[in-house]
Design a protein around this ligand. Structure first.
Ligand code: TTP
Ligand code: MG
Length: 349
């Protein structure tokens, strides 16, 4: 494997909300929540994102919109305007792609507002390129990005989140362990609330705690995931930016804060993640795809997936939402509590 790689991870700040703030300067400085209609606290559905001002009230992505209303009824509540975000995303991604090309580096967009660039061939210019990218993005699109730079994709990703918003965090290879050790384990990709609780029961709270656990014990407790926990706690990651694995399919999952037991609760969430996946796909230039898959996990962890193949277009949002519902519906009619739902599109053309 190549030594001394330089990888950037770019993640736009409060992306949907930043686009709205830019379009409506009169909202600047006010809490903004983008997502479902709150209907004065009676609305179903969830928050897509909130700007940093609204986050001060405890509002965050995936929170039920009714909860967001209770936390801050005076916030500006706005619906999701996918075509705006898609336009901004494409423009930002063009800036990133051009820079990657200029320095002979690989580029990979991993979501509507995130991408990696491999700058290993840039001969020590990594930091100034990162600064320049932030500047260019702001100049052209009037929104801010946070950037992380590190020796692999894992470290770059954690670093981009480290000083949000408008952050730039550089982690040199020799500082990787020093950077990771004090972080709460939740900062490692793939650790959700459940694994966090499982590790907490073993007294593991920080990456440093996790790093001290032997691999066999982690394997015994967490199976295959234990191996990844070991690797990420040591800052190891061999993935290549050019590896298109991530875009063979695009998916999204949602774990309910409290297990759901009615279609009324599930439906708005299913539609939210469906929209997001389609926006993500179209912002990456995908128009046509052949397979739609839904996934559902009951509270007892029994998991089911169901797919349908045909000829689909990422622009036909309503048609695809209907198909997702049709696939998921039989599982929701079982009188069983539901822990998680997921939606995936694959086989792009
Ligand atoms: P993120 O990059 O996860 O979040 P963000 O850009 O809003 O905020 P941050 O500054 O922490 O990066 O997601 C990008 C966009 O995707 C976000 O603006 C809205 C959308 N989104 C949802 O619709 N639902 C979700 O659960 C999440 C996490 C994001
Ligand atoms: Mg973001």
């Amino acid at each position: 494997m190549q030594k001394n790689r330089i990888i950037l991870h770019i993640d736009l700040d409060a992306f949907f909300a930043s686009c709205e703030e830019r379009e409506n300067p009169r909202f600047r400085g006010m809490p903004i929540v983008v997502g479902a209609d709150p209907k004065e606290g009676k609305g179903r559905g969830v928050v897509s994102t909130a700007n940093y001002k609204a986050r001060e009230f405890g509002i965050h992505s995936a929170l039920p919109i009714s909860g967001a209303w209770r936390l801050c009824p005076n916030a500006i509540f706005l619906p999701v305007n996918s075509s705006l975000y898609s336009r901004v995303s494409r423009s930002v991604m063009d800036i990133l792609k051009n820079t990657a090309q200029k320095y002979n580096g690989e580029f990979n967009q991993t979501s509507v507002d995130e991408a990696y660039i491999d700058l290993s061939s840039s001969k020590g210019l990594g930091i100034s390129i990162a600064k320049n990218l932030k500047h260019e993005i702001y100049k052209h699109e009037k929104i801010t990005a946070s950037i992380g730079m590190g020796p692999n994709m894992l470290i770059a990703k954690i670093a981009s989140d480290f000083q949000k918003p408008n952050g730039l965090t550089i982690v040199k290879p020799k500082d990787v362990q020093k950077f990771l050790d004090p972080l709460p384990i939740r900062r490692l990709p793939g650790i959700g609330p459940k694994t966090e609780r499982g590790l907490g029961r073993l007294g593991i709270k920080t990456v440093c705690d996790l790093r001290k656990i032997d691999q066999p014990l982690l394997y015994e407790k967490f199976g295959q995931q234990g191996i990844s926990l070991y690797e990420s706690s040591h800052g190891l990651d061999n993935r290549q930016v050019a590896d298109r694995q991530a875009t063979k399919s695009i998916s999204e999952e949602h774990t309910f804060e409290h297990d759901a037991d009615s279609l009324q609760e599930i439906l708005p969430v299913l539609f939210t993640i469906t929209k997001r996946v389609l926006l993500n796909a179209s912002s990456q230039g995908y128009k046509k795809f052949r397979t739609i898959t839904v996934r559902l996990r009951y509270a007892d962890f029994k998991t089911h997936t169901k797919s349908l193949s045909g000829a689909y277009n990422t622009q036909n949002v309503e048609e695809i939402e209907k198909i997702a519902l049709k696939l998921l519906w039989p599982f929701t009619a079982q009188n069983k509590k539901i822990r998680l739902i997921g939606f995936r599109v694959s086989r792009f053309e």
